[in-house]
Design a protein around this ligand. Structure first.
Ligand SMILES: Cc1cc2nc3c(=O)[nH]c(=O)nc-3n(C[C@H](O)[C@H](O)[C@H](O)COP(=O)(O)O)c2cc1C
Ligand SMILES: [Mn+2]
Length: 495
């Protein structure tokens, strides 16, 4: 078992490398844990493990910022890399290619085992009361307390051919009920409607404190009918050990911290939200969403509930969701034969834009206008499950490192032609969450998409005259090396 396969091992390892801190001071799940977690994201502090909570039954713990960013010296993407079984030093390119490799490998289906730590404690019948868990209030303006912000839904098609694991939020609705989104474009929505069409409720489980690789895959827009469990096996190289739910019919990872078992009502809806969200805002209105009924709760001893306190980047909607979208989008574009060498949802852009690096050498070998090229990117990306999630696309020549936000800003300011470089796709359907959408957009189900080209005209013909003026490009290699070797001798501090 490695850190990517067990949340408990993952947390232990974070503590060992001092990228998590055990907090024994009593902390309230009512805003205090979230306020600390928010400050941790914003200061790149170690993930807080709250060991003494003032609400909920004793013994439960909370981990904040499970995939928050770390300081450079500790590996900026270390927590994310650890989710995926990579070394903490792995950077965006290594992470994205690792995710893509597993998409092309044969799925490794999960292995059903007899029992596991998630069965150490079982609440059934009258014992089931979600308020016994430390359900946090995450922002003062939220419409309720959120139990599920870093867990995934488990549902299966009626013919059992497709198991879907997907990250989605759930808010406390009653002692044994939750409410949360199940959008028709997301796989939980598709499967929920299959059961509804049969006139049945949807058998459902929610896993909190899942194997980190499983959580990441559940936040990844893999295509419909692809079971995330088999993808996780391919990603980690080992089948996920799963146990049968107490109610039967679904399987959940054996090492999970907390498992909720029940069903989604075919008809019933309840008020959900508002909640501070991934784009960085909170709006005053909630929505009516499906009701999830919890009939059984199983959990590990000293169970740890992970939480994401959504809002200004970077939090897990950016580090996990944004990275997973980047990998799937890059794979879709490459498979279509487009000259795209990297895709990156800049964390700073709150998963509202994706930058694409264009292989300008390959581009120059095609006889194609900018409009034709941009349209071909739009066609491939906007028709994909991943493309639905991100409304804005930026195309930049691959001399720019699109994972460096400073370089992206420089390219947008200096390469984008203000009168000809923006291409609009107003009819393209997209996620209805974008903060700028109007009531008319919501009614139409499309807020539109845009592609911003930062490609120089000469990059289509191999005749671009622009050369970056910088340390790395304006001096002979030999001189650069000489300067670097004498850097401290000049009197500067080492990098
Ligand atoms: C921390 C986090 C929270 C998320 N919350 C939601 C959510 O509440 N609703 C939603 O539709 N997607 C949410 N997502 C994104 C989905 O998990 C993602 O789009 C995934 O692809 C959905 O699974 P599916 O492709 O199997 O439908 C979240 C992702 C992360 C990482
Ligand atoms: Mn899916």
């Amino acid at each position: 078992m490695t850190n990517s396969q067990s949340f408990r091992d993952f947390v232990q390892d974070l503590l060992t490398v001092e990228d998590a801190v055990e907090i024994t001071t009593p902390v309230s799940p009512h805003l205090e844990a979230a306020a600390i977690t928010r400050r941790v994201y914003e200061t790149r502090g170690p993930a807080p493990l709250f060991c003494s909570l003032t609400e909920g039954e004793t013994g439960f713990r909370i981990l904040g910022a499970p995939a928050g960013m770390s300081p450079k010296a500790k590996g900026e993407h270390g927590r994310l890399a650890a989710h995926l079984g990579l070394d903490r030093t792995a950077g965006p390119r290594q992470i994205v290619e690792h995710l893509i490799r597993a998409m092309h490998a044969d799925p490794v289906p999960p292995r059903i085992v007899e029992s596991g730590p998630c069965k150490e404690n079982i609440w059934r019948g009258d014992e089931v009361d979600l308020r016994k868990l430390p359900v946090p209030l995450l922002h003062a303006e939220d419409g309720g307390r959120y139990l599920g912000t870093y867990g995934f839904h488990v549902v299966k098609t009626p013919d059992a051919s497709w198991t879907s694991w997907s990250v989605g939020r759930t808010m406390l609705h009653g002692p044994t009920t939750l409410v949360g989104p199940a959008m028709p474009e997301q796989h939980i929505g598709i499967i929920h409607s299959m059961w509804r069409d049969l006139g049945e409720r949807t058998p459902w489980a929610m896993v909190l404190g899942a194997p980190p690789a499983a959580l990441a895959a559940a936040g990844m827009p893999l295509p419909a009918h692809v079971s995330e469990d088999g993808y996780v096996g391919a990603l980690t190289g080992l089948p996920v050990d799963v146990v049968e739910t107490e109610q039967g019919g679904l399987q959940v990872p054996a090492t999970s911290e907390i498992v909720l078992e029940g069903w989604i009502s075919a008809e019933e809806i309840g008020p959900e939200g508002p909640m501070g969200e991934y784009h960085g805002y909170s709006f005053p209105e909630g929505k009516l969403q499906p009701v999830f009924h919890v009939e059984t709760i199983t959990f590990r001893d000293e169970a740890i509930l992970p939480i994401c306190v959504a809002g200004l980047p970077p939090e897990e909607n950016h580090t996990i969701w944004g990275t997973m979208i980047s990998a799937v989008a890059l794979d879709v574009l490459r498979r279509a034969g487009l000259p795209i060498s990297m895709a990156w949802c800049s964390y700073e852009a709150a998963t509202c834009w994706i930058a694409l690096a264009v292989d300008t050498k390959k581009l120059s070998h095609r006889i194609i206008t900018e409009k034709e090229f941009v349209d071909s990117v739009a066609k491939v990306l906007f028709d994909s499950h991943a493309g639905w999630l991100v409304p804005k696309v930026i195309l930049i020549g691959d001399d720019v490192d699109i994972t460096d936000i400073n370089q992206v800003v420089w390219a947008m300011a200096t390469r984008h032609h203000p009168s000809t470089g923006t291409y609009l796709y107003p009819e393209s359907p997209g996620i209805p969450m974008a903060p700028y959408l109007t009531a008319i957009d919501h009614a139409a189900g499309s807020g539109g998409k845009a592609i911003t080209s930062c490609l120089f005209p000469g990059e289509f013909t191999g005749t671009s005259l622009a050369r970056a003026a910088s340390f790395g490009t304006s001096f002979p290699q030999e001189l650069q090396e000489d300067v670097l070797s004498k850097w401290t001798a000049y009197g500067f501090a080492a990098d």
